[in-house]
Design a binder for this molecule. Structure first.
Ligand SMILES: NC(=O)c1ccc[n+]([C@@H]2O[C@H](COP(=O)([O-])OP(=O)(O)OC[C@H]3O[C@@H](n4cnc5c(N)ncnc54)[C@H](O)[C@@H]3O)[C@@H](O)[C@H]2O)c1
Length: 451
């Protein structure tokens, strides 16, 4: 009597002819793009002079990266904390680099061609709107906005002024995302069924418990201005360093981390819209340090007809991963690699439902199945899993480069204020749903998030 349990091959869901090929995955190393190869040598008069606003944790990285690009130069730095004036001079190796606490001075400076802003989320809107209104192009960090209404104002300002705004979710300039997009555009996923993504951390730094600079004081920091329009609190170094923990200044794990997943997903799939609906759950489960933003946040979105399920967790480390699930296979994407596993969408063995057939019927059914479905001589085996590994590349420099190239060419960037607004809306909807404990939707007519 024939066994009616699965062989390992059957369990893995692969046909006999395909077994060898499918089990042996192929790995291809993605070559880094010759990023600046196309750029012509830049004459000193064509050099782009940029100013930077905010030289904190991200700003110091952007500044160090930007000054390594050809044809660009930092000519002024602004921060409300004087310690970061020193830092900007150290990074640029310009002991006399002009520095200021007032970003307004950079907007008025005719010698500045464009700006980079890496300030806390509650300052993005004002600085971007002021910059483009003053005729400056600006690279502003993610998430674009602190609220949905701010995002509307910022995309309107882009339209009104025609200036270049690029938002800083650098996934859209990553080699991995580009390869994934190419594969999706070629139809390798078939019909898209579902997207999932996750990211987890499990340490105090990952949970934003950063050490404040130990000389910080109201003398070397304009604390009043730092707080912007948020109701004023007494000087508090922890808020200065750990502002992500509070909704008054930050946008939680949604704006800090989910926005990267959403921006990368939008780029790979060629989407540029807000989710239709969102439902989120979570809580402050691990870091009970006085924060008011959740440290675990699971969100389910609907984009068109496609469910998108994203999980952020500051209590368990999990490398950033996406899974794009389609009728022709699955694309798994991490920060450093990409794996595509094709699926035929067909049975690879006689249906196990035949276990419910009497012996003779089962034998007849299986015989017929094999006659009709066994691979024929010369038939193509099922394509194998392909893995692309990223080189030791950096996506911040290509993203900055995309901005500087746009400033020069006046050609639009991928991650402009409309894209940035749509990506940020997913985060705001996830936060609104969490706080309201209700599903929410984006009401395009009133441009508001409604329950
Ligand atoms: N793209 C990424 O991967 C990435 C990574 C980290 C942070 N970020 C984003 O970068 C932004 C900054 O984050 P951070 O961690 O560097 O914050 P941070 O607190 O370390 O630095 C912000 C700096 O901005 C200064 N500042 C605040 N308001 C200002 C104002 N009105 N004028 C001038 N200076 C002002 C502060 O004094 C501070 O030095 C945030 O929006 C964050 O989400 C992006």
């Amino acid at each position: 009597m024939k066994k009616n349990y699965f062989s390992r091959r059957e369990f893995l869901g692969i046909g006999a002819a395909a077994a060898g090929a499918s089990l042996a995955a192929k790995t291809i190393l993605l070559a880094p793009e010759p990023l600046f190869a196309s750029a012509l040598p830049v004459s000193p008069s064509d050099r782009l002079r940029f100013g930077i606003i905010g030289i904190g944790m991200q700003g110091n990285w952007l500044l160090s990266s930007a000054i390594e690009l050809p044809g660009v130069e930092c000519v002024k730095a602004c921060d409300l904390y004087d310690g970061r004036h020193t830092l900007a001079r150290e990074i640029t190796d310009k002991p006399n680099l002009p520095v200021t606490r007032r970003y307004e001075e950079l907007l008025a400076d005719k010698d500045i061609d464009c700006l980079i802003a890496a300030v806390p989320d509650h300052w993005h809107k004002q600085i971007v709107v002021d910059a483009v209104s003053a005729g400056k192009d600006i690279y502003c960090e993610k998430p674009m906005s602190h609220t949905a209404a701010e995002g509307v104002e910022m995309s309107d300002a882009q339209k009104r002024t025609g200036r270049i705004i690029q938002i800083g979710s650098q996934r859209v300039s990553s080699l991995i995302c580009k390869k994934a997009k190419e594969m999706v555009d070629q139809g390798m996923l078939g019909d898209l069924m579902l997207v999932e993504g996750w990211l987890g951390r499990n340490d105090p730094t990952g949970a934003w418990e950063y050490p404040p600079p130990f000389d910080l004081s109201p003398e070397n920091l304009d604390w009043d201005k730092w707080q912007g329009t948020v109701p004023k609190r007494p000087f508090n170094p922890e808020i200065f360093a750990r502002w992500r923990c509070w909704k008054e200044y930050g946008t939680g794990v949604a704006g800090d981390l989910l926005v990267h997943l959403v921006s990368g997903m939008m780029f790979v799939l060629g989407w540029n819209e807000a989710p239709r609906r969102a439902m989120a759950m979570g809580g402050i489960l691990r870091w009970k340090d006085g924060r008011n933003m959740p440290d675990v946040h699971a969100s389910l979105f609907q984009y068109g007809d496609i469910p998108v399920y994203m999980r952020l967790n500051l209590g368990t480390e999990m490398p950033e991963t996406y899974r794009f699930q389609g009728s022709k296979g699955m694309l798994e994407m991490t920060e450093f690699g990409l794996s595509y596993t094709p699926q035929t969408g067909k049975d690879s063995s006689p249906s196990y439902y035949d276990g419910s057939f009497p012996h003779a019927m089962r034998e007849a059914y299986e015989k017929k199945w094999h006659e009709e479905n066994n691979p024929k001589l010369g038939q193509e085996p099922m394509p194998e899993t392909v893995t692309f590994k990223g080189p030791d590349y950096d996506d911040v420099k290509p993203h900055l480069w995309a901005f500087f190239e746009a400033v020069r060419s006046r050609k639009p960037v991928v991650e402009d204020a409309v894209f940035g607004h749509h990506a940020a809306l997913a985060c705001h909807m996830a936060n609104e749903s969490y706080f309201r404990q209700q599903a929410v939707h984006w009401d395009a007519a009133s441009k508001t998030i409604k329950s």
